[in-house]
Design a protein around this ligand. Sequence first.
Ligand code: ADP
Length: 398
Amino acid sequence: MNVLVINCGSSSLKFQVIDSVSEKCLAKGLCERIGIEGSMISYTPDGGEKEKKEIPMPDHTKAISLVLEALTNEKTGVIKDLSEIGAVGHRIVHGGEKFANSTLINDEVLEAIKECNDLAPLHNPANLIGINACRELMPNTPMVAVFDTAFHQSIPAKAYMYGLPVSLYEKYKIRRYGFHGTSHSYVSHRCAELMGKNYDDVKMIVCHLGNGASVSAIKGGKCVDTSMGLTPLEGLIMGTRSGDIDPAIIEFLAHKENLSIDEVMTILNKKSGVLGLSNGVSSDFRDIEDGYRAGDKYMTLAMEAFCYRVAKYVGAYVASLNGVDAIAFTAGIGENAPIVRSLVCEYLGYLGVELNEENNNKRGLDIEISKPGCKTKVFVIPTNEELAIARETVSLVK
Ligand code: ADP
């Protein structure tokens, strides 16, 4: 079956068509600046050239109709007509406490997703717009919602509750939810597979290090803790997000700089992280790495603080798992920056971690980067959230 995977943001829409039998991506692309002047669609069929063109997209329905046109184009399309799309899988950011699993989309599910909008006001409404646009154009095609938060719903209350009045949880559902769940699930399953072990029998820590970054701890076949919280702001130092800070800094800053809460939040979400630590130079790890190698003071600070925070979370999760069998690195930085893996692993001598530098410098492979025989194994596992969404989708529509 061909599955169309949609990841819809407020002004962008990423798509892939995946053949569920071969698990190959047949085509992929991106619509940008939807509803804004200068909208663009890019489209790449498997083995073909990338095409990019500017074309007006006043709304998401128009964007999806252009995606469907590209997919069925006589010359560069990968399907003859829309009947060749067996199902659509939608990435949904927040499923709150309602969704611990992916689900087939119907009117009731749409209502329940809408009820989670408060928890992700920037993302969920955009995800819903994507679903509605697809339903309009493909009313008879089954659709599945795959939630970023679902994998973390197994986290026990002692780990998801904040030390706040419990009434705030009861009233507003303020708690840890965690994100990147599809990636943490995909990578941890692949990690157990590479170890030749039963998923339920391995203690794993997954470090998803991209522009957004999070760590999760998996034991007994379940996620038991993760570093992102009510929102993706908590935890690691990220590209532009601060990660963990003393919450009193918010009040301190608001008073000292005469800022509103929204302005302080913009600093924490958009101007902090390695961008902030590098003194505003870059949120891109390729630049951080170059600056670190050149001995730049701020870039070195950004690199060291980033890696230290990752190592600190790994340590915390080793404690909560009471040991660890494997640590896996994934996402843009986790997959592509050997220096980050190396600096993080320098802290992990107490776990018996020793890196195989030759493997650590390889790219694009599922690979063990610890030396043979290490007590704790370390892997690099490229994530594939689209494939994971396609698999979930097929399992629910079959
Ligand atoms: P997101 O999906 O959260 O936007 P990604 O997983 O795509 O993020 O990761 C983006 C990050 O990966 C950026 O900080 C980028 O600099 C980093 N990255 C990508 N390629 C490399 C590379 N070759 N070396 C170091 N960092 C890289």
